[in-house]
Design a protein around this ligand. Sequence first.
Ligand code: GAR
Length: 195
Amino acid sequence: MLTVAVLISGTGSNLRALLEAASEPGFPARVIAVGADRQADGFVHAEHYGIPTFMVPFEEFETREDWGRELLAHLDVWAPDLVILSGLMRLLPAAVVEAWSPRMLNTHPAYLPEFPGAHGVRDALAAGVSETGASVIVVDNGVDTGPILAQERVPVLPDDTEHTLHERIKPVERRLLIDAVRRVASGELDLTQTA
Ligand code: GAR
């Protein structure tokens, strides 16, 4: 059974979907811990499924590197097979990426390499494109530049707002993420071959 730790910052709706999938009999992975860089609303989903949580508040550290060291210490305690960034809205320091990549995945609400960064949905709308998408990638030292494991197009509708577009993208992200975790867990996808 593949063990997974999930890191979030926000509502954790993608986390909730993964927890739901992982609670199905026969799913080859289970979530063993959920961490966040703040008091994230999404902790409620971990609590619902009885999954332990931990918080490493970014503001309490002088440098990103100090924060990263504490994050690494927590991940070491849980020692998961895989770490998933599911809406973690922080750039990770290089030491964290070096310790975990390629066993660290990220979901992103755009069709990478289009619209990387913290505002993938807003940037797609501002660019006036007719379609954007969702991606699941391996985390590397760049901003959303790692190897792409899965991605799918999502149309932009004429009256879309950032919210409506993001809500249309998220179900696609969830499906791609759950499938990527299943593929890693079953051995179908070998992350060491993705770099
Ligand atoms: C998701 O769309 C995720 O891809 C995005 O934040 C959202 C979190 O939603 N992450 C990024 O934009 C990272 N650059 P959720 O908290 O409801 O799962």
